[in-house]
Every structure is written in structure tokens, then in C-alpha cells.
Design a protein around this ligand. Sequence first.
Ligand code: ATP
Ligand code: MG
Length: 340
Amino acid sequence: MQSNHTERVLTGDRTTGKLHLGHYVGSLKNRIEMQRKYDTFILLADVQALTTHFEAPKEMGRHLHQIALDYLAAGIDPEKATIFVQSLVPEIAELTIFYSMFVTVNSLRHNPTVKSEAAERGYNQLYYGFLGYPVSQAADITFCKATLIPVGEDQVPHIEQTRKIVRRFNELYAPVLIEPKAVVGDVPRLVGLDGKNKMSKSMGNAITLDASALEVREKIQVAVTDPARIRKSDPGHPEVCPVFSYHQAFASGTADEIAAGCRSGAMGCVECKQRIVGRINELLEPMRERRVAYETNPRMVDEILTAGTKRAREIAKETMREVREAMGLNYRFDYDEVRG
Ligand code: ATP
Ligand code: MG
């Protein structure tokens, strides 16, 4: 990654539940590194969460605070990164509407992530908001002219959609928006404890970042392993074992040794699991300590979100002014007087 002062990072999470190890390796780890070099924005995507959780809006506040704690515990530094709440930046909703005028329904229907998520949720009909969430993501990214987007693999089609929207807007009106790039983590898609799906908040197959040492042990103990390995002496197939993929993600230095022990039958699943439990707990331990510091001071977390959202809003207003001007929507009103 070249150092360039004009780069700006934006990424975020839907406020649908606590963050887990998949978020950490897919995106959060990169954010923690990138915040040192670049102006970094982290979005608590409560509006996007509503695209699937519209029946439970009352849960958003709780999830939002849990995720803010996850960020701070994991090492997001509020002095370096701007953490903000999506629904409190109404310009994002305005941009979404403007962009939606020139995005075709087909391009959204063919988005592979939208398709697979709709299938997972058993949607036999598509909701307008859900189908359009990649357009709202384009607004999240462009309101602050972000250039680097640390995400898991499932988000890559959405960043591509954003790039198209930016090109189209700039071509139709004036070149005010910037094309972002996806930065995919070392582990683009961490598999869940069930071995079938990606580790996900909504699927009950995750180890959350706030898990206790005991919870980590209990969850790994029941994690799916190579189904062909029944006795310890049976040769294993690490390439199909979710627990081995955790070794690759969290203990890459010793993964070859684990793979060799598994293949030869010298190392059983019990020992393999014990070792990864130890490693995951080593990773989570400093997060547990930082979490307690913030948990005991909820006012501090609220202040961080207030300051972050105010800053995001200022930038959004400026972009909105440019967008309206580019589109010729700058009527003879005093913009500041009307919009405050
Ligand atoms: P939901 O099931 O509610 O959609 P989620 O677990 O998919 O939740 P998101 O908030 O949709 O989480 O994703 C936030 C970010 O974390 C995205 O960049 C996504 O790509 C990344 N991410 C989520 N799960 C994983 C995973 N298992 N492996 C790698 N990256 C992931
Ligand atoms: Mg998701």
C-alpha cells in the first residue's frame, strides 16, 4: 500500500449483532492498520441493517453500542478514526435517491452477493430497499470521497457497483466523485463453525469478539471438522476442515505443522482444537481488557459517536453542495440558510 495523503478509508458494519472473528480478519484488522496512515471513517450501518431487520428497529440502538464497543476493544482509536451513525447523516439517504435514478434494476438483480443473500434469507420476493442496498453503500462511500474500502470478499461486487455509479455520475454531471478501491483482508471469507457458510452474525455460527475464554473453548469443541476423520489415526484432510482454516487465519506460522500432523494422523482433532483455542484467546485477551475500560464508561462511547457523526455530517454537507451544483440543483436559494 503506497502512502498517499489524499487516501481516505471508509468501511462499516450493519448493526445486526456483535462482531465476530470473520469481521476481524476480513476487515477490522486492516482498518486498525490503515487508521495509522489514512483518514479513516467507520460507519455503523443502521439503515442498511433495516433492509433485512425492518421488523426489529428497536434492536438497532443496542447493536450499535455493542459494535462501537467491539471497535474500540479491537483497537480502533477514536483519535485517528471517525466512527459515525449512518441514519444521522441524512445526506447519505439523499445521495442514495439521486444515484438510484441511473442504476438499473437488472444490475442489482445480477449482483452475486445480493442474489446469494436473498436466497439465504428465503426471499421469494425482493424488497425495494434490500435490492437497492448496494446503491446506499455507494452513497456511504462517496459522501466522504473515500478511496480505500477494507472489506470481506462478499463486498467486492458492491464496490464495483459504486465505481460504476461514480463513473456514471461524473460523466452525466461533473467530475466531483472519486472511484474507490476494495482492500480485501488476508482472509477474504472466514468460514463459520458449521463449516457450511461464511461466519456471519445472522447465522449463529460465529465466535464473537466479546466471547469469554470458556466460550471460545466450548464453541471450538463443537466446531465441525473433517467428516472423513473418525479415529485419531485416520489421515485427515485439512483443506476441508473449518478448524484448520482457523489455524491458517490466526496462527499461520504453525499451520504447516498442524496440516502435516493432521494428514499423517499424528495429531488428533482434540489437540488441534486445543491449540487454536489458545491462539484465539491470545488474540482476544487484550480486547477483553480494553472492552472493560470502555464498558465502565458508556458516556465516553456516546461522546465518541457524537463527535464522529458531527464530523461525518460536516463533510456530507459539503459533498451534497457539490453534488447539487454538479447536477444543476443549486437553485437561487441560500443553501446554508435553508439546510442549516
Ligand atoms: P449479516 O449476517 O447481518 O449480514 P455479517 O456477519 O455478514 O452480518 P456485515 O455487517 O454484513 O456482517 O459485514 C461487515 C464487514 O465484515 C464486511 O466487509 C464483510 O465483508 C466482512 N465480513 C463479514 N463476515 C465475514 C467473514 N466471515 N469473513 C470475512 N469477512 C467478513
Ligand atoms: Mg453481511
